[in-house]
Design a protein around this ligand. Structure first.
Ligand code: ADP
Ligand code: NA
Length: 348
């Protein structure tokens, strides 16, 4: 008998996703929904509050993310789509893991360390961080503890596979270590060790303005990214003004031609073809303008149906609320069963 696949993935409620989020993460969420696979998809609002949030904006961003996930093909009949905070067991299991996880494991996390370095202005060692209280002022316990909550998110459903970006691999490793530590401590094989499903490096979408850095929500320039809510006109204009180079023709060379290569990456991803095939399609195209127009058309073909679904769902908040409520119920049922087992094993 083949082992059942259980997938958990979470995304922060950052509002309407951009093309990078879609191609690097969300498009796979929909294709992973298959018979024999159980899929749990969570809007991780408890993770969001590790940084300061405005309550009204947070509420809106959660709604926009829910709508976007549905528009990107998350199917509530096949998946449990839910808000993390509505399934209390995430917090419960995180506490239990807090009581097992050595502090040193968290101090080593590069995302935490880079937050410190931002404050300090240079790379700080863990010892320096501990010695200088002003470094951690303003940063909250929750941020330090973020990877433990993430381990709880994953292990709560006994997930076997976790779609994650490259930047989250260290956190997934911590979840695997946590599973191992728990099983060893209580001499019971409660949690499977989850396996990462990472998107190919080629799916990494770069900024349209500065193609050597990734397309990101945190980039202050709206011109740097395409949002799933952008109109065809806006998409044409953003790609039309994307940074490229003055060489003639279209070729893939990430070092020498990052802008053109990024547009080829985007084109191949939205068309579901390889980079080689994409390059072939532009053989003989000398004008950058023509190249960009064709890329924009392909992006528009892929994005417009999502955009239409997005605006349809935004007009139906009652339905979205119902999907999230039912998703939370479905998730809680599994979570509750697993927590009973955890409590029993621990002696609580
Ligand atoms: P952002 O940088 O815009 O804040 P997040 O860090 O919230 O994006 O990432 C959400 C998901 O989208 C993650 O799975 C991440 O790996 C993926 N992702 C983010 N930016 C990109 C990108 N430029 N290209 C490919 N995938 C991306
Ligand atoms: Na980010």
């Amino acid at each position: 008998t083949t082992a059942k696949r259980v997938i958990f993935s979470g995304i922060q409620p950052t509002g309407i996703p951009h093309l990078g989020n879609y191609l690097g993460a969300l498009s796979s969420w929909s294709s992973l929904q298959q018979p024999g696979t159980t899929t749990f998809y969570s809007i991780v609002d408890l993770h969001a509050i590790t940084m300061p949030q405005d309550p009204d904006i947070l509420r809106q961003s959660k709604f926009d993310m829910a709508v976007s996930l549905l528009a990107c093909g998350v199917d509530p009949k096949q998946s449990a789509l839910f808000e993390q905070s509505r399934v209390a067991a995430h917090s419960e299991l995180a506490w239990i893991f807090n009581c097992l996880t050595p502090v040193g494991w968290l101090g080593r996390m590069t995302q935490w360390k880079s937050k410190m370095d931002q404050k300090r202005g240079h790379v700080a060692s863990h010892a320096e961080i501990l010695a200088d209280e002003s470094l951690t002022t303003g940063l909250k316990m929750g941020l330090f503890d973020y990877p433990v909550l993430q381990a709880a998110d994953i292990l709560l459903y006994k997930a076997t596979h976790v779609p994650v970006g490259q930047d989250q691999l260290q956190h997934l490793e911590l979840a695997r270590d946590t599973a191992k530590l728990f099983n060893k401590t209580f001499k019971k094989n409660v949690f499977p060790k989850p396996i990462a499903i990472t998107p190919p490096e080629s799916q990494r979408v770069m900024s349209l303005r500065q193609p050597t850095v990734k397309m990101s929500k945190s980039d202050p320039s709206e011109q740097s990214r395409i949002n799933l809510s952008d109109t065809p006109e806006v998409i044409q204009s953003k790609i039309g003004r994307a940074t490229t180079d003055s060489l003639v023709g279209v070729s893939y060379d990430k070092r020498e031609r990052p802008g053109v290569s990024n547009l080829l990456t985007i084109y191949s991803a939205v068309r579901d073809i390889s980079i080689e095939e994409a390059v072939k399609e532009f053989e003989g195209v000398e004008s950058t303008k023509q190249f960009k127009e064709q890329v924009a058309d392909a992006v528009i073909d892929r994005i417009v149906p999502i955009r239409n679904e997005l605006s349809r769902l935004q007009g139906d908040p009652g339905y979205v609320r119902q999907v999230l409520d039912e998703g939370a119920e479905k998730a809680a049922e599994v979570a509750h069963k697993h927590m009973e087992e955890v409590y029993k094993v621990i002696g609580l």
